[in-house]
Design a protein around this ligand. Structure first.
Ligand code: SF4
Ligand code: SF4
Length: 391
């Protein structure tokens, strides 16, 4: 019997040099000496897809070694980055011509720099993207976390991705230990929903079936920002996993507290994956009410329950083609109810994961927490990068 391949996300570091408004991870870095080693990475199972993420993964100078090791067990690798370490990204892509690169760009120049807090962040990210296009690197794209402050740039950024012939990935605000954040919330849901609606119509209007399915994903984001039940079940931890910089294997990055199935530094993969603890976490997933809609959990569900998005796509292509009818966000009953005043903003706010009074779990090890007693996370990471650059 052939071994079942999984979908894995490898968080190689919690160090980050950006200062995003929707994520406090940069304040809570991991200690480099505690981060995932090649020995632990060698213990990971076979995967059909691997996302390498952080923090900012390119902060790790040994990222090429990690990618080399992961290619021995993964059919496809995509790295999510803020695009700052341009030379490292280009060099890595020269060595691994098939690796996917997704750079986060949060809006046009002014908006991006405000949200991401990186000096000249937009130009750096954009010029990295352009260089990769010039190199004819085949798998390049950018991703955007849509929120009140950048929603108006959504369609413009999509058009930019079209011009550059690139993938365009969207997300919206989430709260979790991973983002070290509990206060994220969309305030003007109608405005943000409307911008998603425009994007969905652009995507449905294209000739690319992949984009039609992206339209469904964005339809799911409208549903999410209105605090509704996920469009598809969440099966995280069944054939997908996340591993954090400390070797802890988790179902996802959306939980409020860090949920641990086992530790790969200490256990073998089979021991961990088939453990009682892993099953306990799977039971929690079955009853989870957070209703995240992030590509990491939505994409495996869209593949698994393929008929639901397929029927949605067929319906909308049919309506477009034969009845000249465009997608409307009001096909989500909740949007209609909100517009008609049947449900209030306050009631919708309560359906979100935003919790102004919650004590946030940052998922750090005791040693990493200890390091924060004398310096801030920003100071630690800035010093770290300065040392790397001086070498
Ligand atoms: S969203 Fe990403 S780039 Fe921004 S602070 Fe968090 S980890 Fe860093
Ligand atoms: S809905 Fe799924 S992805 Fe979100 S926190 Fe729950 S188990 Fe994780």
């Amino acid at each position: 019997m052939s071994e079942k391949k999984l979908n894995g996300t490898v968080i190689v570091t919690y160090r980050c040099n950006a200062r995003c408004t929707m994520c406090n991870r940069y304040k809570c870095p991991s200690k480099p000496e505690e981060e995932l080693t090649l020995e632990t990475i060698k213990k990971l199972p076979k995967m059909y897809f691997t996302n390498i993420t952080g923090g900012e993964p390119f902060i790790r100078e040994d990222l090429p070694d990690i990618v080399r090791e992961l290619y021995k067990k993964s059919d496809r690798i995509v790295i999510s980055t803020n695009g700052y370490f341009q030379d490292r990204i280009i060099k890595l892509c020269e060595e691994f011509p098939k690796v996917g690169i997704r750079i986060s760009i949060e809006g046009l120049e002014e908006t991006n720099n405000k949200i991401r807090g990186l000096d000249d962040g937009f130009n750096k990210g954009y010029s990295t993207l352009k260089k990769l296009v010039e190199m004819k690197h085949p798998d390049v794209g950018f991703g955007m976390t849509v929120q009140d402050t950048n929603a108006k740039d959504l369609v413009a950024l999509y058009k930019l991705s079209e011009e550059l012939n690139m993938e365009f990935a969207t997300a919206s605000l989430h709260n979790s230990f991973y983002f070290v954040e509990a206060k994220n919330i969309i305030h003007d849901r109608m405005m943000v929903g409307k911008e998603f609606e425009k994007l969905i119509n652009e995507l449905l209007n294209s000739n690319s079936p992949k984009k039609w399915f992206r339209a469904y994903f964005n339809h799911g984001l409208i549903n999410y920002i209105f605090g509704q039940k996920r469009l598809l079940p969440c099966d995280m931890a069944f054939d997908t996993f996340f591993i954090d910089p400390y070797g802890d294997v988790m179902p996802c990055n959306g939980t409020k507290e860090k949920e641990v199935m086992g530790n790969l530094n200490e256990q073998s993969w089979d021991e961990l994956w088939n453990s009682e603890q892993a099953d306990k976490v799977r039971q929690k997933v079955r009853h989870c009410t957070r209703n995240c809609w992030m590509i990491g959990s939505a994409s495996p569900a869209m593949h698994k329950y393929i008929w639901t998005p397929t029927l949605w796509v067929l319906k909308h292509k049919f309506l477009r083609f034969f009845k000249k009818q465009k997608y409307s966000m009001f096909e989500n009953q909740i949007v209609k109810d909100f517009k008609e005043g049947k449900v209030s903003k306050e009631e919708l706010d309560k359906c979100s994961t935003c919790d102004m009074n919650c004590k946030i779990n940052d998922g750090l090890s005791e040693k990493s927490k200890e390091a924060l007693k004398n310096k801030t996370g920003e100071e630690i990471v800035d010093e770290d990068i300065r040392n790397q650059m001086e070498k």
